[in-house]
Ligand binder design. Structure first.
Ligand code: 5GP
Ligand code: MG
Ligand code: MG
Length: 211
């Protein structure tokens, strides 16, 4: 299969219209969040739960920054997919996890998300943990908070950056599964969407997306 970048450019970096958060800026903010979380969760043996896929890079940096690490801290992952047609999510969020109920019951859960946008995903996940799995508490650490686009009221406890209302990629965040490995966060050039015959996406992408 031939690999074509938008407009025939060589690398993902060439597809960026602008960089919003550099590697250095992200790394400094993640360190601050980690210290704060370490303080807040001492003595609570937290279960740190990454919401796949978008959070994988933030997750691995954040857990290393939780210093001093509270005793009893453990990790797991949950996968959330939103289904939609066109450029808007229907608001239906599907969860996949191999979390055993007893693993969550009574635990203080810290959800790790890449971005909270409409808040449909994080609301679904946190309700599931509280109502069906018996979590003692659920809090959210999100790298980005696109607060202007909320459909549900949700205020994450730990926010890396308040994000402008633009579709962003990099540092785990994808467009069409691409760009996840870029170590900074940026906005794509408009032609990166038009060469696929689509308009710049609304932040939930089109069709089924594994976030
Ligand atoms: P929600 O609207 O449910 O709060 O966000 C759902 C998911 O959509 C996020 O976890 C994230 O994976 C994806 N998403 C929202 N905004 C953006 C964005 O600007 N860029 C990318 N790549 N994904 C986004
Ligand atoms: Mg996605
Ligand atoms: Mg996500």
């Amino acid at each position: 299969k031939e690999v074509v970048s938008c407009s025939g450019r060589q690398t993902y970096h060439d597809d960026m219209a602008k960089i919003l958060y550099t590697e250095a800026v992200i790394s400094q903010r993640v360190a601050e969040l980690g210290r704060q979380i370490a303080q807040d969760y001492q003595g609570k043996a937290p279960l740190v739960l990454g919401v796949l896929k978008g959070s994988f890079m933030f997750f691995s940096d954040l857990v290393r920054a939780i210093e001093p690490c509270p005793r009893g801290l453990t990790l797991d992952f949950i996968r959330a997919s939103s289904y939609g047609s066109g450029t808007e999510s229907t608001g239906e969020v599907k969860l996949k996890a191999d979390l055993k109920l007893e693993k969550v019951e009574g635990r203080h859960v810290l959800l790790v998300e890449d971005i909270v946008d409409t808040a449909l995903t994080i609301t679904t996940v946190s309700r599931y943990l509280l109502e069906e799995c018996g979590a003692a508490s659920v809090a959210t650490a999100t790298l980005l908070d696109k607060h202007e686009r909320r459909k549900l009221v949700y205020r994450p406890e730990y926010v890396g950056f308040l994000c402008p209302n633009e579709f962003v990629v990099g540092y785990g965040l994808d467009f069409n599964e691409e760009y996840r490995t870029i170590p900074y966060i940026g906005v794509l050039k408009p032609e990166c969407y038009s060469h696929l015959g689509i308009e710049a996406p609304e932040p939930d992408g089109s069709g089924e997306s594994s976030d």
